[in-house]
Design a protein around this ligand. Structure first.
Ligand SMILES: Cc1cc2nc3c(=O)[nH]c(=O)nc-3n(C[C@H](O)[C@H](O)[C@H](O)COP(=O)(O)O)c2cc1C
Length: 271
């Protein structure tokens, strides 16, 4: 089957997942693509799309070894109707967790046929100049691997007649031991909500507009710490550098990230 169209559905507050997906698409060389960006709360609140395309690509970052909690409720409403789906996870060089397995279950429940999958590395959302984590990822080399993956997907599609016949099983990953003991959404405990320096803020309001969970109040630009995902999209988007990332004062946290970040991970592909 020739791939003439692809729907790309993704959540990507700091852009790494989107970057990887774009490289995969470049490799696939598909004439028609539709990008469905679930980072926007408005898109997540809208009626789920109907997929007319030949293939669907689903991308998600890793949050505490799992799929970010905002995604499953949306994904459960999708209708796959046997369409092939490619699953992509992107993590911050700490722990890839069980995201590909979770995406596979959600996709199978929605009626998709798992066609290929890959995990990639992106700079960690908590990374700063003082505490770099997963810095430099995805590298040019890794984006090249993503592009090659796209070519392989195209080749595999061209050998397939009829959908659903080639559903792939992704090896089961285990939730890391530590994650069994950590409180739910531990990021809210280890990092403060994005701190704002009002001297630098010009009140453009972009932080409120681009927040994936509308946690930034539009007038005073205060962040609701209980809603904030700690994705730090607002920190990366602010042109005035008025917002910053701060850890709660526990020296063990930077030490944990520094030690974990010493291990260099590489993309893993299933096709
Ligand atoms: C709340 C939260 C939890 C995270 N948990 C993990 C994790 O368990 N392991 C990991 O390696 N990276 C983790 N990350 C880092 C992201 O997976 C990584 O930065 C990814 O590239 C973000 O994708 P995006 O740029 O598409 O938003 C976490 C990020 C956030 C915001």
């Amino acid at each position: 089957m020739t791939v003439n169209s692809a729907a790309v559905i993704f959540f990507s507050p700091t852009g790494n997942t989107k970057k990887v997906l774009k490289s995969i698409l470049a490799g696939m060389n598909v004439p028609k693509t539709r990008m469905i960006d679930l980072t926007s709360p408005t898109v997540r609140a809208s009626t789920p799309p109907i997929f007319e395309e030949d293939i669907v690509i689903l991308g998600s970052p890793v949050y505490q070894s799992k799929v970010p909690p905002v995604l499953p409720p949306y994904l459960r409403n999708l209708k796959g109707n046997g369409k092939p789906i490619v699953l992509v996870s992107v993590y911050g060089n700490i722990e890839q967790g069980i995201v590909l397995n979770e995406l596979a279950s959600l996709a199978a429940e929605a009626g998709f046929s798992i066609f290929a999958a890959g995990s990639f590395i992106g700079e960690h959302s908590f990374s700063t100049d003082k505490l770099p984590i997963g810095e430099g990822h995805p590298s040019q080399n890794e984006l090249g691997i993503a592009e090659d993956f796209g070519k392989k997907i195209r080749e595999k599609m061209s050998g397939i007649n009829g959908m659903g016949a080639h559903s792939l099983t992704i090896p089961g990953h285990k939730l890391p031991l530590l994650d069994h003991f950590l409180p739910e959404y531990v990021s809210r405990k280890i990092t403060k909500p994005p701190v704002v320096d009002m001297k630098n803020c010009d009140r453009c309001g972009i932080c409120a507009r681009i927040c994936p969970v509308s946690a930034v109040e539009k007038e005073k630009l205060m962040v609701d710490g209980n809603v904030c995902l700690r994705c730090f999209r607002c920190v990366r988007t602010c042109k005035k550098k008025a917002r910053s990332i701060e850890f709660n004062a526990k020296p063990i946290i930077p030490l944990f990230f520094t030690l974990k970040n010493k291990v260099k991970h590489a993309p893993v592909l299933y096709i």
